[in-house]
Design a protein around this ligand. Structure first.
Ligand code: PMP
Length: 401
């Protein structure tokens, strides 16, 4: 018999499993609103034009080689990534107190940051939002941290539970790590206002709570790279320390290239140097060094003014299409006279709408309408199109009536 015969079949990942089920459904009207990947109005995955151009440049350059990157990845990519998220005029960058390492997309950046903190930071507890992206608790638990939650979402308003958030962070052990979604909170689509961010910042700094930003959607929430980075820049502007995990999966459409960055903003360049030396010790036994291709694409785009400008337009177009889907879905429900207040569909931002549909309603919509989403009622607006909005609206109407 096999030494593995005792294994039990593990369940599919709750998010990726939605696509597995969708793929098995032969219905011609089936709709996948589970996974957070952008689709065009025609329902097709999108490779950005600037990405095609950057890849062409890379191919034409015969001097390019396939040697290993350093442990920290592509150094130019790291510098440009820090500038993109912290701002070109960031004093922290100017003062040389930011260390940035290329990682395997957002997930890898969170994991490396988590392991670094578990090894070297005096508090091992990380607070994550309730609810959050399903991978967060697993990433940080495996990184060696203790995961606790803070209140975030208020189901009754389908908005932010700011009072609960402030109470929970106020009651956290001083020095604890707090994971903050930089923008476009997943799964709720609910973000604090700038005034609320300022209160969060003051509270966290007064208690010495360590901010760890997860930035998976820069540019995707508002269509503006700078606006979506604002909360992070507020925390950096006060001179304090923080961590930032960046992903280029959504905003450059580089999902499968697995390209992202972890930046740690330190108090001094001396500390930043030591931090980087320790990050290398985390990375080396984990995957030795990161891949070249995705980071090279990003570097080509970020270093060239024309390509950069073109990227911001393509990014804005993706964000605008998502915003337009929100309006269309909201209008379609209004036209049907669907009971309930659905204004959260247009108030929430980013890739997802947290519909408020319960697991029974979700399962009914899957069975009767072949519409696939996570059981928490989260739908990816990027998976919708003008053609499929009526079908979704019919399904929501049916379960809400
Ligand atoms: N954080 C959040 C909140 C996300 O939604 C995602 C993507 N679903 C990620 C991080 C990481 O994604 P990736 O590893 O593909 O960059």
């Amino acid at each position: 018999g096999s030494v593995f015969a005792h294994l039990v079949q593990a369940p599919e990942d709750p998010i990726l499993g939605v696509t597995v089920a969708y793929n098995k459904d032969p219905s011609p009207v089936k709709l996948n609103l589970g996974v957070g990947a952008y689709r065009t109005e025609e329902g097709k995955p999108l490779v950005l034009n600037v990405v095609r151009k950057a890849e062409q440049q890379l191919i034409n350059d015969r001097t390019r080689i396939k040697e290993y990157l350093p442990i920290v990845g592509l150094v130019e990519f790291n510098k440009l990534s820090a500038k993109l998220i912290l701002g070109a005029d960031s004093p922290a960058i100017r003062e040389n107190r930011v260390t940035t390492v290329e990682c395997l997309s957002g997930t890898g950046s969170l994991r490396v940051g988590g392991e670094f903190l578990a090894k070297h930071y005096h508090q091992k507890t990380i607070y994550i939002t309730q609810p959050t992206w399903g991978n967060h608790p697993k990433i940080f638990t495996l990184a060696g941290l203790t995961v606790k939650t803070y209140r975030y979402y208020d189901p009754s308003t389908r908005g932010l539970n700011f009072q609960g958030l402030i109470e929970d962070l106020g009651a956290a052990t001083p020095g604890s790590i707090v994971l903050l979604h930089a923008c476009a909170h997943n799964p709720t689509g609910v973000d604090p206002t700038i005034q609320q961010w300022e209160q969060i910042r003051q509270l966290m700094r007064s208690k010495g709570l360590m901010p760890f930003f997860d930035s998976a959607y820069q540019g995707f929430a508002s269509g503006s790279l700078d606006a979506d980075a604002k909360p992070i820049r507020m925390f950096v502007a006060d001179g304090g320390e923080c961590l930032v995990a960046q992903s280029y999966a959504k905003n450059m459409g580089l999902y499968g290239e697995r390209v992202g960055a972890l930046s740690i903003v330190c108090k001094s360049s001396d500390v930043a140097g030591k931090v980087e030396s320790q990050l290398k010790l985390v990375i080396r036994p984990m995957y030795s060094s990161p891949p070249i291709h995705g980071a090279s694409i990003v570097a080509v785009i970020l270093r060239d003014r024309n390509l950069f400008n073109e990227w911001t337009l393509e990014l804005k177009a993706m964000a605008d299409r998502i915003i337009s889907m929100r309006k269309q879905l909201f209008e379609a429900l209004r036209a049907r006279g669907t009971p309930g207040d659905w204004s959260h569909i247009i108030k929430q931002i980013g890739m997802f709408t947290f519909t408020g549909l319960n697991p029974a309603q979700v399962s009914y919509m899957t069975k009767e309408y072949h519409i696939y989403m996570t059981s928490d009622g989260r739908i990816s607006m990027a998976g919708l199109s003008s053609k499929t909005v009526p079908h979704l609206a019919d399904a929501i109407h049916a379960v809400a009536t």
